[in-house]
Design a binder for this molecule. Sequence first.
Ligand code: NAD
Ligand code: UFG
Length: 339
Amino acid sequence: MSKILLTGGAGYIGSHTAIEMLNAGYEIIVADNFSNSSKESLRRVEKITGKTIPFYQADITDKEQTEKIFEENDIAAVIHFAGLKSVGESVSCPVRYYKNNLLSSLNLLEVMEKHHVKKLVFSSSATVYGNPDHVPFDETMPVGVCTNPYGWTKQMSEQIFQDACVADKDLTVILLRYFNPVGAHESGTIGEAPNGTPNNLMPYISQVAVGTLKQLSVYGSDYPTHDGTGVRDYIHVVDLAKGHLAAIRYAETHTGTEIFNLGTGCGYSVLDMVKAFEKVNGVSVPYRIADRRPGDIASAYADPAKARDILGWQAEKTLEDMCRDTWKWQRQNPNGYNA
Ligand code: NAD
Ligand code: UFG
């Protein structure tokens, strides 16, 4: 039986997607260099699903290692999660980010072509929209000016994949633009395990709530939003994972490039998130108002209609689910996978 290859499948979004793919009856293989994850996440996915996951400790920027996976397996499609994702780190280490994120995309395309693998789903980001003058963001909007190298790697990869589709009429590339993934599997056994102090809001909130961090800095209270703090489209990672299943199903019967936002269409502010987290979990999240974070925009949320109409997918989980599941994972795993 042919298999779906998940590059970066041991990571936060990849591990949740692995569960949905396995539960839907797909055979999967994971390739990960574990630069930002551990084998423990795969062991836990195996426990949740009762299935074994074949995996390669492989770096997708290494052609030989990537080639070996395709030689040894009959691969029907690839979901390409592998990438470095820290916005701040990409500003300090731009070459590392361009090299890792672009070379992995280029290698994959070459190896896929050689092995006649024609279906690819790519993890892109709403960051490619830059700072448009209105919300919600829809897929027909032009890509914007990114404020950091990480964002450029996503925009450039999108361009590379689109050009490859123009040249090869049998190729299918689905570009998924994620908004802000949060939450964890309802078991609380897999979740987001950032290295060091988190940059993203939800992991930061939960580490303040658990007592690892003292207080949250709210970056800016003078944005043109309902309470002055930044507004984002937070999406439960399990909903996001199901979006990949829908994308793979769509890719099975279509060719060419298609772009989909994966978001809920709802915008919540930083203070909305703090209040919801406190209320749902009965905890306290002390915060202070700080300066704006350079590069942040006031408001970003999706128009999710295209994914609903074409993929038949829409987010179902609530803000309450996101807060509850984040907290369950955090409480059960205060040190992430390093128990
Ligand atoms: P993650 O860091 O948890 O997962 C990425 C995985 O890729 C990790 O397991 C890492 O070890 C692996 N990896 C990195 N470079 C690799 C390489 N060269 N070869 C093999 N494996 C490699 O991140 P995530 O949150 O699960 O994100 C998955 C994808 O989605 C990334 O491409 C990310 O840029 C993108 N994305 C994430 C977010 C977000 O907020 N989490 C938002 C938009 C897009
Ligand atoms: N925020 C704080 N304090 C913190 C962290 C964040 O106030 O300690 C605020 C930010 O200013 C922003 C909101 O919380 O208003 C969300 O910030 P995140 O860092 O969680 O998420 P971003 O929207 O900035 O970035 C995310 C992903 C990027 C992706 C981007 C665009 O992390 O990878 O969305 O889609 F590029």
